[in-house]
Design a protein. Structure first.
Length: 225
């Protein structure tokens, strides 16, 4: 078997093509990193600016305005004044009202039984009563002497008028399909004298305005020094 000379083998190997090396380039991520870093820095700077704005401003003071006091109108300021020097008390009554002595003396300023009225309404009758109470309390005396009114079915309120013990009896009565409202106020002058103040009986829904005037008269009641 014939063999090729060695030089021929070398030459053949030299002419054989060399395998190519393929270089694959990886995509570069640097732009994304820089973009994210820029966003983070921007958010940090914005947050720092917001904090600076909030803390650099002077704190706003909260001003609390005082609540305005309600205006109280004294509706009795221009009323007439009645003074009873004999029995030691005074009160005010509306300018349109009249006074009449029911005691027969015809001197209202000394009357033991006074009526305060207008053409249509009786605002109050004021009766001075000498009593013998046997050490009874004002309430016990009233409950014992009430006429046509059951104290157990009535509302009784105790209070003070001009530093004197007082008591009001409120009662309702049904007559001929009408509801009548009754009010009686007893004012204790001393152990022997009680002053009773009473408006006319009122019909519910008709002449209840009398109660307002009656209460205003009571609010002006005073004992003389």
């Amino acid at each position: 078997m014939l063999q090729k000379p060695p030089d021929q083998q070398v030459q053949k190997s030299e002419i054989e093509p060399k395998p190519k090396t393929v270089i694959i380039k990886k995509p570069c991520c640097k732009p994304i990193v820089w973009l994210g870093l820029g966003v983070a820095i921007s958010m940090f700077l914005f947050g720092a600016w917001v904090l600076y704005q909030n803390y650099s401003k002077p704190a706003e003071e909260t001003v609390v305005l005082p609540t305005p006091e309600p205006i109280v109108v004294n509706e009795t300021a221009n009323w007439n004044t009645y003074t009873n020097s004999v029995h030691g008390y005074s009160l005010k009554y509306p300018p349109q009202a009249e006074l009449v002595d029911l005691d027969g003396v015809n001197i209202p300023e000394e009357s033991r039984f006074l009526k305060i009225f207008s053409s249509d309404d009786i605002y109050a009758t004021v009766m001075v009563t000498s009593v013998f109470r046997k050490n009874e309390t004002l309430r016990a005396y009233v409950e014992r002497t009430l006429i046509n009114i059951d104290p157990k079915r009535s509302e009784i309120n105790e209070f003070f008028i001009d530093n004197h013990h007082a008591l009001t009896v409120s009662n309702t009565a049904a007559v001929n399909n009408k509801i009548f409202l009754q009010y009686l106020t007893y004012i204790e002058k001393d152990d022997d004298v009680i002053i009773q103040v009473q408006p006319e009986d009122m019909v519910k829904g008709e002449n209840e305005h009398i109660k307002k005037v009656y209460d205003q008269i009571l609010s002006t009641f005073k004992f003389l020094e």
